[in-house]
Design a protein around this ligand. Structure first.
Ligand code: ADP
Ligand code: MG
Length: 391
């Protein structure tokens, strides 16, 4: 299972992806650009990735026949979302080359396992996660150390875009929040004084070689990524190096193969804290499509095909703006209209990416636009203009 699969194989080799969302769609675009075909396993018959893949297997992620068909078609398989059933990845891994592995995916989809891994990795990475405690019962709540409050209660599994999180000030708040989550296992994290947030995208090949992209500075709104700026206006060279070194240590310790994104907090006193990781390309890495020699999706293709990883050099300052379904609504009303794409595309340095979703909803990721320019100021000016247009 170590042989590389060259894109020139005849008939074209097929790369598989679990999940049909936008990350799968952009993965498919990158794979196809290199001469591969793509198979998507996704329950919905219509999906962003399903629209562009040559092969669609429309079954649940745990369906034995669907998984068998994916394993039969594909020389290598990856995932585009971290909540893919790890058992399905393990089953596929016995029949095809799967990257990242089921064990890496299962760490990233469980906040307790993830935090434990970060703590164990700290001697190598030199970064710690936020102080935290598992909350699985009322007795756990009684035993909370006061130093963990105020905090954030997060469900251990299935949280994303700020969903499955409640801010808590007191033990009573924790009890109410735990009840509101239906009593599922949670993690209480101390609320930290964030100065800003960054992420580091890294990729590692099956040969153990890894690359690390420039650090990205991220702004969230309502728990959802709003903008990514690279180079980040607040990021010092020392902070960037520390985060990049930590990411390199983490990806090596995991024995990871594929693209991994690690989110960090930078505290008001400058301390770097590791938050969470995503075992796949990441929204904060979309800027790499237009601003780096090798995009995060092309890198994912290279890693799973066991080809040399590409250069990560950024050739232009870049700002990425997420486009949510809100942009289709006028004001607070519910009248739908198409955003003024012609005005967005008239802005200097604009690269528009839409995901082929036909039902805009508030808070739903519909696309993104990346502005590249000779200077960050110019890219930021386009971003401000785009925000004004999209409302
Ligand atoms: P998700 O899986 O939803 O992205 P995160 O753990 O990244 O979950 O939390 C979402 C956002 O909430 C973070 O980007 C950050 O802005 C804020 N946040 C999370 N944990 C903390 C914390 N311990 N202290 C302060 N802010 C936090
Ligand atoms: Mg996050």
């Amino acid at each position: 299972m170590t042989e590389a699969f060259l894109p020139t194989a005849t008939p074209a080799a097929v790369l598989g992806v679990m999940g049909g969302g936008q990350l799968g769609r952009m993965f498919a675009h990158a794979a196809q650009a290199m001469g591969y075909q793509v198979a998507v396993l996704e329950p919905s018959r219509v999906s962003p990735a399903g629209q562009v893949a040559e092969h669609l297997i429309a079954t649940p992620y745990t369906d034995p026949d669907g998984l068998a068909e994916l394993a039969r078609q594909c020389v290598a398989i990856t995932t585009e979302f971290e909540n893919v059933p790890a058992d399905s990845m393990a089953w596929l891994g016995e029949r095809s080359f799967v990257a990242p592995s089921a064990s890496c995916v299962s760490i990233a989809q469980d906040r307790i396992a993830e935090k434990r891994f970060f703590v164990d990795c700290a001697p190598a990475s030199s970064v710690m996660p936020a102080p935290h405690k598992t909350i699985a019962s009322y007795a756990d709540i009684d035993a909370i150390d006061d130093a963990l409050l105020p905090g954030i209660l997060k469900t251990v599994r299935m949280g994303y875009d700020g969903k499955g999180q409640v801010r808590v000030r007191t033990r009573e708040d924790v009890r109410a929040a735990f009840d509101s989550m239906g009593g599922v296992a949670c993690l209480l994290e101390k609320m930290l004084p964030l100065a800003y947030e960054v992420s580091v995208l890294t990729a590692r090949g099956a040969d153990g070689q890894s690359v690390v992209y420039p650090i990205a500075e991220n702004v969230h709104r309502d728990g959802i990524l709003f903008t990514t700026t690279v180079p980040g206006p607040n990021v010092s060279a020392a902070c960037a190096k520390q985060a990049q070194d930590a990411a390199t240590a983490i990806v090596a310790q995991l024995g990871y193969v594929g693209v991994l994104c690690i989110e960090f907090f930078v505290l008001e006193d400058g301390t770097l804290v590791v938050n969470e990781m995503a075992p796949r390309p990441h929204n904060s890495g979309h800027y790499t499509i237009d601003a780096c020699v090798t995009s995060q999706f092309a890198q994912q293709v290279r890693a799973m095909a066991r080809l040399p990883l590409g250069e990560v050099r950024q050739h232009s300052p870049a700002v990425m703006l997420n486009i949510l379904g809100d942009a289709w609504f006028e004001g607070d009303g519910d009248t739908l209209r198409e955003p003024a794409w012609d005005r967005i595309l008239a802005l200097p340095g604009a690269n528009l990416h839409l995901y082929g979703k036909d039902d805009p909803r508030r808070g739903r990721k519909m696309g993104h636009v990346t502005f590249v320019a000779p200077t960050l100021d110019q890219a930021s000016a386009s971003l401000r203009a785009a925000c004004a247009i999209l409302g």
